[in-house]
Design a protein around this ligand. Structure first.
Ligand SMILES: Nc1ncnc2c1ncn2[C@@H]1O[C@H](COP(=O)(O)OP(=O)(O)OP(=O)(O)O)[C@@H](O)[C@H]1O
Ligand SMILES: [Mg+2]
Length: 404
């Protein structure tokens, strides 16, 4: 072994050059494979640059298909034109989730001097319209594009769309148009016929990316995100192939690669290879599963907890070995579930409910069950968790036991 030296610790061993490039908020200079979509959005907005109302547009597509990044890209380009008449405001409706909040955002975006709170909707609306007409200071009528990302999260959407479209009748000069974005398939069915026809003047669907396109998207960022030679081509291709098989989601592809980098770094590896991408996928799967666990009804959490805590209890370590797979007898799991319920001060449900819960948990992919067949204690259900017991325990521990 070489003598200890500071070099060992000072040297930058990071595989990343700039991790931010892989973050979901980063907007790359050029967007690949979306020329047609960009062009369509620009075409819809262009009237604003000619002093007319932009077309209302609705952008729809599965998660990670580039809707947000395309909208931001186009709005940036609009801003580059430095037009005083054609303006836009972008907001995510996760935050601005009501008619009032969206209007408040519009006013505070364009009239920062105007106090944000304490006004009724009617006053804000008047203020906004006056500003559009140019009544206040600059006497320039504006054509404003309001981009509402994740528009399905607006609680009173019909009235928001109604107010925004109606404003064009109230305006003597200038205009308002809506650029709505959503990844919810059933979203349109929740709209009134009138809102639907207003919002969907032009509709644009973003299709999932295929493996080749995802490869391209990853490669575009690799050289800025990672140090030279830190990622093998095969790891990139694998991340792209996995993401293509999971809905063609570019965000997932980028996250897989970033995570793979973090995992490789932790192990002090010099290169990100296939196995790191595999590990990254496993971690992502687990994250998703744990999110599902967090949203389960409490008795299903208790059942899962019971299953996850069985191995620690020697008395119940009667496992069934089947090609290395370990299943538990449902009777044992039920007993443990009753014990855990008691410990948390809850009344355990009956065995009939317990069977229902098993069905639900299996449906959610959190456990696997099997019928024992003859010979093993008659007919009984055998159960095993689909994820690492220690991790399941840790997650549920946090939710059920740490709050108090
Ligand atoms: N064509 C592309 N070129 C480069 N990067 C892309 C492209 N499409 C998507 N990305 C990247 O993939 C990630 C996800 O894209 P984006 O956030 O636009 O998806 P989305 O369609 O809005 O998804 P969601 O419905 O979940 O909001 C972002 O990091 C984005 O920069
Ligand atoms: Mg988005």
């Amino acid at each position: 072994m070489p003598a200890p030296s500071f070099d060992e610790f000072v040297e930058d061993k990071s595989l990343f050059k700039n991790k931010g490039v892989l973050s979901p908020h980063f907007v790359p200079e050029t967007l690949l494979y979306r020329e047609n979509e960009l062009r369509s959005v620009m075409r819809g907005i262009a009237p604003a640059l000619r002093g007319q109302r932009a077309t209302n547009m609705f952008l729809y597509g599965k998660t990670g298909t580039g809707k947000t990044v395309c909208v931001k890209h186009v709005l940036d380009k609009l801003m580059d034109r430095k037009s005083v008449n054609a303006l836009s405001v972008y907001m995510n409706c996760r935050v601005y989730d009501s008619r009032y909040k969206t209007l408040q955002k519009c006013v505070s975006e364009f009239q920062p001097g105007f106090a944000k709170t304490g006004y009724s909707f009617a006053i804000l609306y008047e203020e906004f319209l006056d500003w559009i007409e140019g009544e206040n200071k600059d006497s320039t009528p504006k054509h404003v594009v309001i981009a509402l990302d994740e528009i399905d999260l607006v609680k009173d959407l019909d009235s928001l769309i109604y107010s925004l479209t109606r404003s064009n009748d109230d305006l003597k000069k200038g205009s308002v148009s809506i650029l709505g974005v959503s990844n919810k398939v059933d979203f349109k069915t929740r709209l009134s016929a009138r809102s639907k026809s207003s919002l969907c003047e032009t509709e644009l669907v973003f299709n999932p990316y295929n493996a080749e396109q995802l490869q391209g998207i990853l490669k575009q960022r690799v050289s800025d995100a990672f140090k030279e030679g830190a990622v093998t081509d095969s790891a990139i291709n694998l991340a792209a192939a996995i993401a293509a098989s999971e809905n063609g989601d570019a965000r997932y592809a980028l996250t897989l690669l970033m995570r793979a980098g973090e995992l490789a770094e932790k192990k002090s590896l010099k290169k990100i290879e296939d196995k790191d991408v595999e590990a990254s996928r496993k971690a992502a799967d687990e994250d998703a599963a744990f999110e599902v666990i967090g949203a389960l009804p409490v008795h299903q959490q208790l059942l899962l907890y019971a299953l996850a805590t069985l191995p620690q209890d020697a008395r119940y370590k009667k496992l069934l070995e089947e090609g290395g797979e370990k299943f538990y007898f449902s009777g044992e799991v039920y007993e443990q579930y009753r014990r855990i319920s008691k410990r948390t001060g809850k009344d355990a449900r009956t065995a009939r409910w317990f069977r229902e819960y098993l069905n639900d948990l299996e449906g959610a992919g959190l456990i696997t069950t099997q019928q024992s067949g003859k010979g093993v204690r008659g007919h009984t259900t055998l159960i095993k968790p689909a994820y690492d017991s220690r991790k399941i325990k840790r997650v549920i521990d946090k939710m059920l036991f740490s709050a108090d």
